[in-house]
Write a protein that binds this ligand. Sequence first.
Ligand code: SAM
Ligand code: SF4
Length: 329
Amino acid sequence: MIDPFGREVSYLRVSVTDRCDFRCVYCMSENMSFLPKVDVLSLEELDRLCSAFVRQGVKKLRLTGGEPLVRRNIMSLLKNLSRHLETGDLKELTLTTNGSQLPKYASQLVDYGIKRINISLDTLDADKFKQLTRWGELDKVLAGIRAAKDAGLAIKINTVALKNFNEGEIGDLIRWCGDEGYDMTLIETMPLGEIGGDRVEQYLPLSDVRERLEETFTLTDIDHKTGGPARFVDIKETGRKLGFITPLTHNFCEGCNRVRLTCTGTLYMCLGQDDAADLRTPLRASEGDELLDTAILEAIGRKPKGHDFAIDRAGESPALTRHMSVTGG
Ligand code: SAM
Ligand code: SF4
């Protein structure tokens, strides 16, 4: 699949549910209304959709959400999708999780061919963790991370940098990741969805974070390209990699290789644009996949050149009205 700007689309991120067992303050409001269950694709439909993308050239598949591991029977989807790893059509099957369900699932993930996962963790302070996730418990997440490590999964920790919240703790998180053998990515807050709070208050430019980190750590830029918005450095003191995802201060669109599918079968060709393609209708219209394949190619043909995020400094309105839990980040 080649888009109009010559970029090969080889990476599909799938939000398998918009629901979650946490209510992180930058992601959701406390009283979220979720999608009606009838609109949500069944696991069989998700498998059919993902398999259509694999057939069209997707090599990397990431399940996300909401919290992917709270979707009932999610392991059956992973098990089924792992057949594409066995044939070699798919190179990587992975997921992004808040870690809460990993004590239960970590070893099964390994059984289904998953080699590395991203786990979100913004603080190592239990009280702050509770404040930030509203419903989460640090102990459980740390147990989940430990279970993933013991099962042999490679781990990358995702940390959202938040002004006046964890900015003083980022060095500690880097050291902790170094000690435990995890890579880490820092994420700038993105203006997605109404959250019942002020995003200007949360926004912390990663350029500032990097400057401060360089007072303590030796950071060397490396050419570790993922086709995504992360730029990577090596940290001499820990021997690990650190990524910076800076959607607001950098333009990373020129190498974009990804599209995003929601749990209702809506395909977003760009995280930062509202244009989307409905794949549920062609999926449900017939048992064969011809209509679906045509709809996918038509959508890739509309992939825009880039995004235009901005945090509105005058007002509180988000740049895009949908929440991160819909497209999964
Ligand atoms: N529930 C899973 C988790 O938390 O890892 C997967 C979904 S979550 C939406 C994916 C990532 O997006 C997490 O690392 C989370 O911290 C990040 N995220 C959520 N809302 C965000 C926002 N407004 N700006 C930046 N990152 C955000
Ligand atoms: Fe749930 Fe992940 Fe959003 Fe937190 S960031 S509320 S864990 S979907």
